[in-house]
Design a protein around this ligand. Structure first.
Ligand SMILES: NC(=O)C1=CN([C@@H]2O[C@H](COP(=O)(O)OP(=O)(O)OC[C@H]3O[C@@H](n4cnc5c(N)ncnc54)[C@H](O)[C@@H]3O)[C@@H](O)[C@H]2O)C=CC1
Ligand SMILES: O=C(CO)COP(=O)(O)O
Length: 351
């Protein structure tokens, strides 16, 4: 029986998972990037910036020392956003328990990692940094799981994907609770592609959703069309990159997460798409690079804005015509107006 774990990253999701685990009587040490957030978790038992209004159990403690959070823990969950995950992994390399392979590592970040040749999946990148014995032993955790609902006990399904079934079961047992139902999968590639690309589709969905408020040319029918087409793009890219199980895309890791990210009021990628239309948010950035360099100026993190650049490159490399990914890429690069890009995608002339 595991009695203490480390969670690297004290954002909304890391905190929500910490709460689920701590309520089972397992002590949780969280690594927090920011000192103020760390102090708040320890003093008032709340993560006011990333998960406000949620009282945290007292067996969750926070620290700004990765060593303290990760050493001597049988399981570590990496919950930094995809943009920063590699920095967190590099810091883990000095942790004796990690160096000696004594820990099982789960990862929840959704996105790609840039590399010289072509964008890489999170697990394969992390494996290359960690000692060799972690190869094929990491666990990827995904599924439709907005932190706000996980933290308040909203019934949620998750997928625990690993090439090593013992490890996926270990994470499944750690996270399973009255409100969290966790399933195992071997398809680490399919699950990761689904998680990264649904964020891109959700930006397109948000754009459409905002236009829907202004025009009867876009309705629920149009949005479902986008969802179905989006799932096809996820599947095409997934198959090209080595997804092993077709069922991944019809599971909670595929269509489930796509649906919640597109439709939930908690969805940040959807919100970003809506802000593009309703608040002209792209006017604040010179170009795509400026947007990516200044993502931290937004009040929320739309990881799909980063993922679209990677997905666009991968689609090109694999000779895939993925129209929604192209549309979001064109919108963020301001190749024409978002409305014109949507018209082009739908092959219509006016709203
Ligand atoms: N929020 C959600 O509902 C869910 C999130 N996820 C995934 O979990 C990962 C974490 O997302 P959230 O918890 O939502 O993040 P968040 O947006 O709530 O928090 C961002 C976190 O990043 C930290 N941070 C900022 N700059 C940093 C840096 N330079 N280095 C390291 N950390 C830094 C912040 O201190 C904060 O802890 C993401 O990849 C996301 O896709 C997965 C499922 C659900
Ligand atoms: O992955 C998520 C839900 O499963 C969170 O999606 P957003 O990043 O769009 O909020």
């Amino acid at each position: 029986m595991v009695n203490k774990i480390g969670i690297i990253g004290a954002g909304a999701f890391g905190t929500a998972l910490a709460k689920i685990v701590a309520e089972k009587g397992i002590d949780v040490t969280m690594w927090s990037f920011d000192k103020e957030g760390c102090d708040q978790i320890n003093s008032v038992h709340e993560n006011k910036k990333f998960l406000p209004g949620i009282k945290l159990p007292e067996n969750i403690t926070a620290t700004t020392s990765i060593l303290e959070a990760a050493n001597d823990k049988e399981i570590i969950i990496l919950a930094s956003p995809s943009l920063f995950i590699l920095d967190s992994v590099k810091k883990l390399l000095d942790v004796p328990f990690v160096k000696e392979g004594k820990t099982t590592i789960g990862i929840v970040a959704k996105g790609f990692i840039p590399s010289k040749d072509e964008p890489k999946l999170i697990l394969e990148t992390i494996e290359n940094y960690l000692p060799g014995f972690y190869r094929d032993n990491l666990v990827y955790i995904s599924g439709p799981s907005h932190a706000e609902e996980v933290a308040t006990g909203g019934f949620t399904g998750l997928i625990s994907a690993s090439k090593n079934p013992k490890n996926s079961i270990k994470i499944r047992e750690l996270l399973s609770s009255d409100s969290l139902n966790v399933f195992s999968s071997f398809d680490v590639v399919g699950v990761q592609i689904s998680a990264a690309v649904k964020n891109v589709i959700a930006i397109a969905f948000g754009v459409l959703d905002a236009i829907k408020e202004r025009s009867s040319a876009i309705g629920d029918n149009t949005e479902s069309l986008l969802l179905a087409a989006g799932l096809n793009e996820i599947m095409s890219l997934g198959k090209s990159l080595g997804a092993t199980h077709a069922e991944t895309f019809t599971s909670i890791a595929g269509v489930g997460d796509l649906d919640v990210t597109c439709r939930s009021i908690h969805g940040r990628n959807r919100r970003f798409g809506r802000d593009i239309i309703l608040n002209n948010i792209l006017d604040n950035f010179k170009d795509y690079d400026d947007l990516i360099d200044n993502l931290d100026k937004l009040p929320y993190l739309p990881e799909g804005a980063v993922a679209v650049g990677h997905a666009y490159k991968l689609a090109k490399k694999h000779g895939l015509k993925l129209d929604i990914i192209n549309t979001v890429w064109n919108i963020l690069n301001k190749n024409s107006t978002p409305e014109d890009e949507v018209k082009k995608y739908l092959k219509i002339t006016k709203f």
